[in-house]
Design a protein around this ligand. Structure first.
Ligand SMILES: Cc1ncc(C[n+]2csc(CCOP(=O)(O)OP(=O)(O)O)c2C)c(N)n1
Ligand SMILES: [Mg+2]
Length: 323
């Protein structure tokens, strides 16, 4: 979780320094969903993520240097710099596609589940998407066929709207969906669906383990809505850091500007988990600070790796590109 946080904060700095252009999204504030959700999968399970994909890739073990290189359009990136932030694929990690097309990965993950079932591989598909993807027509179409054919797919909806962009409609809803709670939509298609606190590492791990257990026993698709509170740095069009995270913020949030402090005090999943580990006697503050120190060193090396990687030659522009 700290690796994701420091990767994303370094990425904001790289963008501000002009090392890449175009729109991008960061996973800050959702680390407690992606990390435990992907912790217990099998190597040949298929994963499909969104425009907010960096955290998922890192959670699955992606190399931070190659990931930075891809986002910066460099030759050593996962897709030789041609995928960019929105369309990173890392088949070796099971990520066949990540996409800027909201909702586009839901039928793709369902198709991969159909392939796994047809071939009898025992693999499952994990489809990660935001609450906004639920409004796309492709979502209920995929829910329907997945349920009818009992396909091995986990639909993991990350609802980051809680108290954030959609303060007006309340905790369990989404600003983009008339249907609520969101679990009712897959429920209509008879897909078992639960809502959980996406900032609670243990709750996410348990819910995903239960769901994947049912899928592997042949019970068909499952749906989880993991709720988190939108990071205040993602409120505008571009990510802006209110503060550089360090583990001491878990006990003293005073370095955060006052208007953004509440989120770091009560909704930051990384700081929540740090307090939980210390309170449970699993780790000391000093041990966690050591982890953060080594993560920061790894990230700074990864940034150097990416900046040293060359841009692809113009003549390579259409190589390995399919339409
Ligand atoms: C098909 C499609 N429609 C619209 C957009 C523009 N768009 C980019 S991100 C976004 C919001 C997505 O919300 P959500 O799925 O909840 O993801 P979040 O950004 O909150 O993680 C939209 C509408 C898009 N990329 N693709
Ligand atoms: Mg959202």
């Amino acid at each position: 979780m700290l690796l994701i946080r420091h990767f994303e904060e370094a990425l904001v700095a790289l963008h501000e320094q002009g090392h890449f252009s175009g729109h991008y999204h960061v996973y800050i504030g959702q680390e407690a969903t992606g990390v435990p959700a992907l912790a217990d999968l099998a190597p040949d399970d298929a994963l499909f993520a969104t425009h907010r994909n960096h955290g998922h890739l890192l959670a699955r073990g992606a190399d931070p240097g190659r990931l930075f290189a891809e986002i910066l359009g460099r030759r050593d990136g996962y897709n030789k710099g041609k995928g960019g932030t929105f369309h990173i694929a890392a088949a070796g990690l099971g990520f066949y596609h990540t996409t800027g097309i909201v909702g586009g990965n839901i039928p793709l993950a369902t198709g991969a589940a159909y392939a796994a079932k047809t071939r009898g591989t025992g693999a499952l598909s994990v489809c990660l998407f935001g609450d906004g993807a639920m409004e796309e027509g492709a979502a209920p179409e995929a829910f329907n066929i997945a349920s009818l054919w009992k396909l091995p797919v986990l639909f993991l909806c990350e609802n980051n709207g809680k108290y954030g962009a959609n303060k007006a409609v309340g905790a369990a809803q989404s600003s983009t969906m008339a249907a609520y709670p969101l679990t009712e939509l897959p429920g209509l298609y008879k897909i078992p669906a639960v809502q959980i606190d996406g900032t609670d590492v243990g709750a996410v791990f348990n819910a995903v383990s239960e769901a994947t257990g049912r899928i592997r026993r042949g019970e068909g698709p499952q749906f989880i809505e993991a709720q988190s509170v939108r990071w205040p740095g993602s409120e505008g069009n571009w990510p802006v850091l209110p503060v550089a995270t360090n583990v001491n913020l878990a006990w003293d949030a005073s370095p955060v500007p006052e208007s953004k402090r509440d989120w770091y005090r009560s909704s930051d999943p990384v700081l929540i988990f740090i307090r939980e580990l210390v309170a449970a006697g699993v780790a000391t503050r000093e041990q966690i600070a050591e982890v953060e120190k080594s993560v920061k060193a790894e990230i700074s090396q990864a940034v150097q790796f990416a900046l040293a990687s060359p841009f692809p030659e113009p003549a390579e522009a259409l190589r390995d590109v399919f339409a």
